[in-house]
Design a protein around this ligand. Structure first.
Ligand SMILES: OB(O)c1ccc2cc[nH]c2c1
Length: 242
């Protein structure tokens, strides 16, 4: 997978070179390009924003600068990326989004700042490629970079050979529509708190049942809407006793 990020703060994307993501680059599971939007400015001030039409607070990112940047970054012959535009006004980014995007050969992230990017940039790009305006949650950051890092990590960890144990991704929270239950490791007792007996029983069926029950209970208490959204038949009789 190829990933490009366009931003006015390239150093914000340095975490892409660290840890799991850095290893994915070293192992050539992904290739990453980070581009400074100001490289496509032509004025002495390298301006990327201007006042909003219609008035209002803040500034809007200029379409001419973004247009040239996207033309160059996305304009590779015989290939078309999915353009991702982080925005609080976007569709929710979910695990299923990460799964879907993990099948893509090329993602480009357009990281806005200020009040956002002139809408005409998105509308113009959508005539040439798939464009998704996406939110990582119902809160507002200062720019799209942290959202892009979040989404990139959620996608890249799903790629073959990135996680040490592929089962980790398959048993994630949300992978079966439920939140993951609690996890434990040594010591067996810590500050007078023992590990649940079932987890030390060696009875794999009982352990699987316990884990499923814990996931159902946690989901019921923390995210009941996820239970309601489960496909018909996903809950078996044993689940319904919860
Ligand atoms: O909260 B967010 O995901 C987000 C994304 C992009 C921009 C651009 C300016 N503020 C932003 C916030």
């Amino acid at each position: 997978m190829r990933i490009d990020v366009i931003t006015i703060f390239p150093d914000y994307l340095n975490p892409l070179r660290e840890a799991l993501l850095g290893k994915a680059i070293e192992r050539e599971r992904i290739s990453v390009g980070v581009h400074d939007l100001r490289d496509w400015t032509h004025d002495v001030h390298r301006a990327v924003d201007d006042s909003p039409y219609g008035g209002g607070p803040g500034m809007v990112m200029k379409p001419d600068v973004w247009g040239e940047a996207l033309d160059e970054v996305c304009g590779v012959q015989d290939a078309t990326p999915r353009l991702v535009v982080p925005t609080p006004a976007g569709r929710p980014f979910e695990q299923k989004t990460a799964v879907r995007w993990s099948q893509d050969p090329w993602l480009v992230f357009a990281c806005g700042r200020y009040e956002g990017i002139d809408q005409r940039v998105i509308d113009d790009a959508a005539t040439r490629m798939s464009v998704e305006e996406v939110s990582i949650g119902d809160y507002v950051l200062v720019g799209g970079e942290v959202a892009a890092l979040t989404m990139i990590e959620a996608v890249v960890r799903l790629l073959p050979g990135v996680l040490g144990n592929p089962l980790s991704a398959e048993q994630d929270s949300f992978s079966d529509g439920l939140l993951e239950g609690p996890c434990y490791t040594r010591p067996e007792v810590w500050r007078d708190r023992p590990v649940p007996d079932v987890l030390r029983s060696g009875n794999h069926a009982a352990i699987a049942r316990w884990r499923r029950d814990q996931a159902l209970e946690r989901t019921y208490h923390r995210r009941p809407e996820l239970l309601a959204a489960l496909p018909e038949g996903d809950l078996d009789k044993a689940d319904r006793k919860q």
